[in-house]
Structures are given as structure tokens and as C-alpha cells.
Design a binder for this molecule. Sequence first.
Ligand code: FE2
Length: 507
Amino acid sequence: MDRRRFLRTLISSTAGLALGATALRSAPAFANDPAQFAHGLQAHPWLLGWRGVSSETLGPATVQLQGRLPAGLAGTLYRNGPAWSERGTLRYDHWFDGDGMVHGWHFNGDGSLTHRARMVATPKFTREQKAGRFLYPAAGTSVPNAQAVRNNDDANVANTSVMALNGRVFALCESGSAFEVHPDSLETIGPVTWRPDLAALPFSAHPLVDRDGSVWNFGSISLMGGAGLLVWHIGKDGQLRSADVIATPGRGYLHAFTMTDTHLVFVLAPFDFKESGGSFFERMQFAPQRAANIAVVAKDAPDKAQWFEAPFAAIYHFGDAHRSKDGIVVRAVRRDNMDEARSPMKEAMAGDGAHATNGHSTLVELHLDLRRGQARWQDTGISTVEFPLFDPRTPDSRAARLYAPTVDGASNTPYFNAVAAFDVERGRRQVWRYGSDIMAEEHVFVPRPGSRNPDDGWLVGTLLDPVNKRSGLAVLDARHVQDGPLAQAWLPYAVPLGFHGTFAAQA
Ligand SMILES: [Fe+2]
């Protein structure tokens, strides 16, 4: 069977099983209660991180940066996160359910910073705004009387990350199309169809940029009820280079992946799917008794994989991957509690500040021996981290320095309050603690323009100060994280905590 035909066959056999469709048979809703959340927020101000918005736009607000912004740092930090989580008497249960709001933090070049944000006008959000109630199935909440969906984009919330490519900006989510938004106004342009026969197929929220500027990404057919992995390759010019489907041994959950210069690495966590009983995440049961399936895909042959098995691991986020003597070493953050992994910050979403926990996470290494076909995990001894990033200029012949939010010292919130740089191989750590009440999000690495030295650049990260009800941003020198921010700014308002972003340097 030729590749194109195989792709069509595999997709058409699963096309009727869009993510939302299975959720249509959901049991009566046990969704959260907005009043209960509001009550919890009074007792636990940090729950502000999970309070939704009630306006389609925020800002623009221009604020002065305190400190000295480094010369050369010019552009926009785009971020995304679930922001619209309540309608009427229903509040979503799962953090991943809220409709996406894209943020643009623009460095104006005069020491000031302008923030603006706008809800992504997906068909779901637009129709629900008009109706004044949730109409469509959600990934982690049983929505009563949810309408039928024809495809993934009917229920697409575009709420997880942002990709900037060739002057264009896209809001991403793991279960449907990328939604293009205007780089300045953030107004929604619409879903992207990379090729007509690939409309509405999943284009995940964790694309990776290759050294030639092209982008690799995947779409999980498991989310649609099938078993397969769609591998996307988009050129630097924004045109599709290839899309291939790799059959997978069974259902496996994956949220992100990693790569070396020559290979892509996908780690699938096996799960069982209950026949009935609510939304996707309510029915999905991780199967830790079964091995994880690991696909290593050569970039010059993206339609096939070499498969490995290793003990089960629930992972959302990966760091770098680098070449080793025998093959490849991958870095990832393992979630150690299955329930928490399936629904992170579940108690916070419900307004239960007394029991909310960020769970336990461990930075682990996956050692892949390509010749012997063996895979094994190794703990690094580093725990309580998430959203690891690194300088993509680091050569893949060695381990990258990882940058990640973490917890340092006492904290009045169950979330991250610090950012750290980890040199895993040398066992060194630099940390900057923001404080007991500050919540720290992903810190994006921005290379210093004109420099080719790995780690020569800055970390740009967002913060939430729940006591003063304000969101902010900090810029740190990536080589001197322990010295704290070079510049920092606070907005006159608070925005909900989000997930991921990207820095688009000024052209
Ligand atoms: Fe993610």
C-alpha cells in the first residue's frame, strides 16, 4: 500500500471517532460549581491562578520594566492557556478544558512592555458565547446535553501553546487544528489546513523547531479512538513538507516529544479506555502495569519507527535529547501520581485550596540503546520541576542545560515559586526564588541575537502575585539565574495561569 493511501485509510477508519464524539455518551454531569470556587478563592487567594476570565480581551496595558532590559531583547512573548472555564452554573473540572486565551507580551524597545490578550475565536467558543452556555464536549468534564461534533475542530479549545513561524502566529491544542491569530491584534484568522485531506487532524501543542528552521510535530490518533501517530514536518516557509502515519502497538497517551539532529523520540504511555462514564480524561485509565512504547523515528524516513519498551511512565513534558555512545539519552519530567497526572491541580479547579497539590514530579533520563534495541530509565535525583526548556542551539553531542520552574524554600501556594537552571551531568543547580506568595510559570529561553554560544541568552518567564492580584513578567540572564531578574514588570491586573509560550524575536 503506498504511503498516501495508507494515511488516508488509517485516518478515515478513525475519522468518525473524534475526541468529543465518544464523550457524547457521557453520564450526567458532576461538574464543578462556580459558587464553590468563588468561596474557595476568598480563603485561598492563590486560587486566582485558576479563576477564569469573563472578558474576551484584556489590555492593552503598558507598564514600565523595573531594572535594566538587556540590549538586544526585542520582540513578543506569546503565551496560551485555558481561560474561560465557567458558564452559568457549570465550572469545568479539568484544567485543560477552558477555552484558550492568547497573550502577547510585547517589548516596545523603550524600556516599556505592553500586554494584551484575546480569546481564540474557535467555532466552539464563538457558538458558546452566543448561547451563554457550554454546548460542546470537553476533554475532562462531562458537559450535560453536549452537542454532536463532526470533527476535532468542533470541540477545539486552542488553549495550550503558541507557535510562531514565518511571521505567522498559531494557537495550539493537542486534539485539533492549529488556529492562526494575528501577530499584533491577536484576532483569530482561523484553523489551518496544511493539506486538504488533513483538515481537522490533531496538530499537537509541542512542535519542535529544527536547526534549519523547519518544524516537526505530531498528532495523536489515540485521542481519536484509533492507534497511530501522525508525524508532521512543516518547512521554515510555513508549507507542509510531509505528513506520515505510523501505526502504534496500542493506545498510548503522549503530550509532547523530543528530538536529536537525526531522530524524533515519542514515548507512549499505555492506557485503557472505559466504555462509558464521562469525558475522555474521566474514562482514560493509565495502565502502569504495561510497558511504555517508545518510537524512534529517523527524520529522513518519518513514516516508520524503531520500537522500544521501557517501564511505564506518565510524562507531559520533555527536555532535550542528545546522542550517547550507544544511542540517545532523553530528558523528561515524570509525573509520579496517576490521578494527578490525569487531572493536574484538580482540587484547585474545584476551589478546594486546602487539598490542592502540584503532585510529585521527577526529572528522569531515558537511555536508548539503538543497537541492542533496549531502553531504560534513570532518575536524576531532581524533583518538583515542570515545563523544562533549553537552548536549542546546544549541540546534540552533549546534554543541554535545563531551565524549569521549581519550588525553593517555604511557599504559601502549592505551585512553583522559583526558576532553576540544571546542569544535570555536573550535578549543579542555580535557582532564583521569587518568594513565598509568587507563582512562577514556564520560562522561555531567548538566544542573544548574533551569539552562537549555547546558553548565551535570557529566560523570559511569567508570574502571578495573588496577594496583590497582578500578573507579571521577569527577564533573567540564563547564565546567572541565581542573580535574579535583570528586569521585571507587573500588570495592573491578574490573568489565569497558562501553559506554554514562545518568544518571537523582532524581525
Ligand atoms: Fe504541555
